[in-house]
Design a protein. Structure first.
Lengths: 278, 329
């Protein structure tokens, strides 16, 4: 699987290209050590890996939200539609069509669901009618939000908040959504439901997704292509179907093995060797 | 109607009017605190600065005249014209917006993500800086302010109540105007926050900076907007207080009275600032009239508000209308 071609599909236009970036927090903490990836237009690309692998940092580097957390891209480049964007500011990224749904939902607690959604349209200037149409569209995808539209977001359930966060992102009419850990803290059934909606938004609206997820199983079922991050590096990448069948992925991320259980120490050293090999 | 009751009602009404002015100052605090989590100690000084600037502009005073005279050896004081009140208010508003921009640009932009206590210290510095600049620009003499607001006894209320109760209420016209303006201001602010795009963004920023950034809201812009609004409220408060008791530096001390108002109403609630102001205004006047003067030797107005605030802090720390921290079960 490792020798599979790194470019997903030569014909499809590459929207986002992250090239060997290094990210440092607080001028001292090195979090990403050369991450490269490509996101093709119209696809769902998954970014997988455990805690602290650098998934969130990668997304925030793209959406330019790093600056407010004292993070900085010190090496490499991020290109969106072939234009360098790693110093353009979050508002500019939203205007370019890239919006991030942050880990842990981050709804505006004291605003109602509908106000949350409308805030998503902040950068738009195409008139109230168009915004009202998109609000209707979001309610079509998330009927639950229509029922709760007058409730303060802080009083809605975790699943509803996740829907609200995704709906809010959709309200900016994005071309690409950076979706960070949508499954976090949700019941398996809800996770399934949310991924189904992501899939249909991807298919019907043509929105491109870059998805960071710890739930490798679900992510690989819905994504087209996957990158596996470990300690700030990409250690493996390939079409989702291939990754699903890959022995290492099965073993370390899906918890399946042909050889029975392995001791944690073996796994660790194995992973370490793997990292240097790749 | 017995004399004593009529007196009490009159005191009550006057308390309401005083409360409106407290509320106006408290309002400026709430606006900034809500949107940026900064407790702006300089709010009172902003009211003073706005009043000084307005009085100076109306009078046609040359700003920094003392400084200019000292350096150049000239002797200028006034341009020799009088600016119409309406135009002067507009100009002062421009100055306040400029101030908001400068404060954001030079101070708070560099303090993003710092501890609240550091931001608070910065506003204390700002307060003294602004007081000094106000002094340097317009001089430290007491100015009278006349923007054409009606003043003095409202004879209509006096006559009507005299005919009805045999006792004429003394209500100042200025107080009535102040109440109406304050009410309009609050309605305007609430409408702005509730129903406009920028107002919504303002509340969004108050809730979650990161999330607001992620949907493309510019924090800098929102903070300048909020400081400008606070500057506008300070200007209104400055006009009222200035007209009532002259523009003098003790004006900045009314900020201290806004503190108990905020503790009562809650730091995050616009209606809370109003109700808190009214309660303090009425409370201290009635307390003085009914209990303070007859039994405690008077002058209770100086401490009544703080005592009330203390009681509130013990039993209801978020104030009457403060936002409850949302906790889902």
């Amino acid at each position: 699987m490792l020798d599979a071609t790194p470019t997903p599909d030569a014909q499809v236009e590459t929207l986002l290209e992250v090239n060997n970036i290094e990210v440092i927090y607080n001028s001292v903490i090195l979090v990403l050590k050369g991450v490269s990836l490509k996101v093709p237009k119209g696809g769902i690309t998954a970014l997988l890996g455990g805690n602290g692998a650098g998934k969130t940092t990668t997304l925030k580097a793209v959406s330019n939200l790093l600056h407010s957390e004292r993070g900085e891209v010190t090496k490499g480049s991020i290109k969106y539609r072939n234009e360098p964007v790693h110093n353009s500011g979050p508002a500019d990224m939203v205007k370019r069509g890239v919006v991030q749904v942050m880990e842990g939902r981050h709804c505006f607690e004291h605003l109602t669901i509908e106000e949350n959604l409308l805030t998503g349209a902040y950068t738009r200037s195409d008139g109230k009618a168009a915004i009202a149409r998109d609000l209707e569209m979001v309610y079509e995808y998330f009927p639950r939000l229509r029922e709760r539209r007058k409730s303060q977001a802080g009083y809605t359930s975790g699943g509803e908040q996740q829907m609200c966060a995704i709906g809010r992102a959709l309200m900016s009419r994005p071309e690409t959504i950076l979706l960070d850990e949508p499954s976090m803290g949700l019941a398996p059934q809800l996770v399934e439901q949310i991924f189904e909606i992501v899939k249909s938004v991807n298919e019907n609206e043509g929105v491109t997704f870059l998805l960071a997820e710890q739930n490798t199983n679900v992510a690989l079922r819905f994504a087209h292509y996957g990158y596996i991050l470990e300690s700030g590096r990409v250690v493996m990448d390939g079409p989702a179907a291939d990754l699903r069948e890959n022995q290492d992925v099965k073993e370390f991320y899906l918890g399946m093995s042909d050889e029975g259980r392995k001791s944690f120490r073996d796994v660790r050293s194995y992973r370490r060797r793997k990292r240097w090999l790749s | 109607m017995p004399e004593q009751l009529a007196f009490t009602i009159e005191v009550f009404l006057n308390g309401l009017m005083a409360g409106v002015l407290y509320a106006l100052v408290a309002l400026g605090f709430v606006l900034i605190y809500k949107a940026s989590g900064i407790f702006n100690y300089a709010q009172g000084v902003m009211a003073l600065f706005a009043a000084l600037t307005l009085a100076g502009i109306i009078d046609g005073q040359v700003p920094f005249s003392h400084l200019i005279n000292a350096i150049l050896g000239t002797d200028i004081h006034h341009f020799g014209w009088h600016v119409p009140a309406f135009l002067a208010i507009l100009l002062t508003m421009v100055v306040m917006i400029g101030l908001a921009y400068a404060v954001q640009r030079l101070v708070f932009r560099h303090l993003v993500g710092q501890e609240p206590i550091i931001l608070f210290m910065a506003t204390i510095g700002l307060a003294y800086f602004l007081e000094g600049v106000g002094d340097l620009m317009w001089g430290s003499d007491i100015k009278s302010m006349d923007v054409g607001l009606p003043q003095g006894l409202n004879t209509w209320i006096d006559d009507t109540t005299f005919n009805a109760f045999g006792y004429g209420f003394f209500i100042d016209n200025l107080d009535i105007v102040a109440s109406i303006i304050a009410a309009l201001l609050v309605i305007g602010l609430v409408m702005f926050a509730q129903y406009t795009k920028q107002g919504r963004a303002m509340r969004a920023v108050a809730d979650d900076h990161q999330a607001a950034l992620s949907v493309g809201v510019s924090l800098n812009f929102i903070w300048i907007l909020v400081w400008s609004l606070a500057g506008f409220v300070a200007l209104v408060a400055g006009i009222m207080w200035g007209t009532k008791s002259g523009v003098q530096f003790s004006l900045s001390l009314i900020a201290l009275k806004a503190l108990p108002v905020l503790m009562l109403g809650g730091f995050t609630s616009i209606p809370g600032a109003i109700v808190g102001g009214l309660i303090i205004g009425v409370g201290e006047k009635l307390f003085e009239f009914l209990i303070g003067a007859p039994f405690l030797g008077g002058a209770t107005e100086n401490w009544f508000a703080y005592m009330l605030a203390l009681i509130f802090l013990v039993f209801r720390p978020q104030g009457l209308f403060g936002e409850k921290i949302i906790e889902r079960v």
